[in-house]
Write a protein that binds this ligand. Structure first.
Ligand SMILES: [Zn+2]
Ligand SMILES: [Zn+2]
Length: 120
């Protein structure tokens, strides 16, 4: 793994935010002024392909990157804000119901965050 990839992985694993490629790029730039955005994208896609990070796509928002540790997400339907929640692992129960073997799942629970609720 390159130094940049290792740094990006560490950044994602240490963060409780869900960082976009641009946010990662800005942090990387603080370390190394020569960093270009394409490097960040390349590293992110290779980390993703290796199964070391996960990617969260919400329509209308930039993709966000997250640690691999199993957890689920609340997604604000208005502003796209993501919050982590930890539910029990549903893999077994899903497998029982569908009788197929499940590799992974990506659960998003839609809600309105408190700021967006105030604006209603
Ligand atoms: Zn919101
Ligand atoms: Zn998360």
């Amino acid at each position: 793994m390159t130094k940049n990839a290792a740094y990006i992985l560490e950044l994602i694993n240490d963060s409780t935010d869900h960082l976009t490629a641009e946010q990662i790029y800005l942090k990387l730039k603080e370390q190394n002024k020569k960093t270009v955005l394409a490097t960040v994208y390349n590293n992110l896609s290779s980390l993703y392909e290796q199964g070391l990070i996960r990617k969260i796509s919400v329509p209308g928002c930039s993709d966000r990157y997250d640690k691999i540790k199993r957890h689920d997400h609340l997604v604000c339907q208005k502003c796209g804000k993501l919050s982590d929640i930890t539910l029990e692992d549903l893999t077994k129960s899903l497998q029982k119901q569908t009788r197929i073997s499940i590799l992974s799942y990506d659960l998003k629970i839609n809600y309105l965050c408190s700021e967006c609720q105030k604006k209603l």
